[in-house]
Design a protein around this ligand. Structure first.
Ligand SMILES: O=C(O)CCC(=O)C(=O)O
Ligand SMILES: [Fe+2]
Length: 345
């Protein structure tokens, strides 16, 4: 990486208020190396089912997990994914070799070449309290974009191929006469490639617009904590308060130990995800992730038919767009008994 690129990373960290020189130093806490090691060795699962991809058919998956809105860990979705470049591997080296000069984006939209980012991940990230997480949005990538190779290198697991947000693009529909490019541009973001250095992570959140997600890990290990959607207001307020001003790493180190005893009875799930495993995060579930090692994963969000009412309600709150109006109309036509026509303006 050029010197300039190093400075740029320092600047991005500082701007985000993440650099350890930038105040709040006394609040910075990290999970100990012993705990990281013990979580890394941990295998599934307390309070969570684990299934084999090849052994579960789509119908039973949908009945057992998607309809019940229950998370599950799935082993084997990525078997047969083709990978990148000549080596056809799904790993850091193959990705870096194939895209080293190509720009990728952080969560905040800042762009870096993959070579710059990988150098950061293997070096300076270790010193950052909250290392910069790469969140490359692949939602708009089409066949003209070289990153289409990333999309071709994986398949949406068979359980997740029904997505109500695909409706405006499927034929024949009443949106045939709409500008497909404009439609795609205004579709909510739905797929990402994530590269996370050790100690980076995603803060506790619920996924947007009532959507559900799957997340397949290809490299490294991730620690997940999940809480069910139907927590009462007091419990939810306590969860939100636990987040105040801290990074995922600090939350795992300082908030989780004090929440754990009380939240066990509120359905807390804690697990380690290993390479090759896919987690299904149903809509509405709170979740937070700590990368225990440098990680590489792909993740997609989708609108589940079993959560039609919630997704529809959330979609009504979104700013108007071509996608929003086309989708609301189609849903109204397809599920007249389940959504309120009057609600659509
Ligand atoms: O950090 C992760 O792997 C989880 C990402 C996530 O939850 C999200 O993108 O909504
Ligand atoms: Fe999420």
């Amino acid at each position: 990486m050029a010197e300039g690129a190093l400075d740029l990373f320092a600047m991005v960290s500082a701007l985000a208020g993440l650099d350890d020189d930038e105040g709040g130093k006394d609040q910075v806490e990290r999970v100990s190396d012993e705990e990281i090691d013990s979580w890394t060795r941990d295998s599934c699962c307390k309070g969570l089912s684990k299934i084999q991809y090849a052994e579960e058919d789509v119908e039973s998956f949908r009945e057992n997990f998607e309809r019940k809105n229950e998370p599950v860990l799935i082993d084997g979705c990525a078997k047969g994914w083709s990978g990148f470049g000549e080596s056809r591997q799904w790993d850091f080296d193959a990705l870096e070799k194939r895209f080293s000069d190509t720009n990728f984006a952080l969560f905040n939209g800042q762009q870096f070449s993959l070579a710059e980012y990988m150098k950061y991940m293997r070096g300076r990230a270790e010193m950052d309290e909250n290392p910069l997480y790469l969140f490359e949005d692949l939602s708009q990538v089409d066949a003209r974009n070289p990153k289409t190779e990333i999309l071709n290198a994986y398949h949406v697991p068979k359980f997740f191929r029904q997505d109500l947000f695909e409706l405006p693009f499927s034929k024949p529909t009443q949106t045939d006469n709409l500008d497909q490019e404009e439609l795609l541009k205004s579709r909510p973001r739905f797929r990402w490639l994530l590269l996370g250095p050790k100690h980076s992570g995603s803060k506790l959140h619920q996924d947007p617009i009532g959507t559900s997600a799957w997340n397949t890990l290809l490299e490294g290990t991730k620690r997940w904590v999940l809480f069910p959607p139907d927590l009462d207001d007091i419990v939810t307020a306590r969860l939100k308060k636990s987040l105040d001003g801290c990074s995922a790493a600090t939350w795992f180190a300082s908030s989780l130990p004090s929440l754990r005893p009380d939240f066990q009875e509120h359905g807390l799930i804690e697990l380690t995800q290993h390479p090759g495993e896919t987690i299904f995060v149903p809509g509405g579930w709170w979740h937070t992730v700590l990368n225990l090692q440098d990680t590489l994963c792909v993740t997609q969000n989708f609108a589940s038919e079993f959560r039609l009412e919630q997704v529809f309600h959330e979609m009504l709150q979104q700013p108007s767009s071509l996608f929003r109006s086309a989708w609301l109309k189609q849903i109204q036509g397809k599920f007249p008994g389940r959504v309120s026509v009057d609600a659509i303006k």
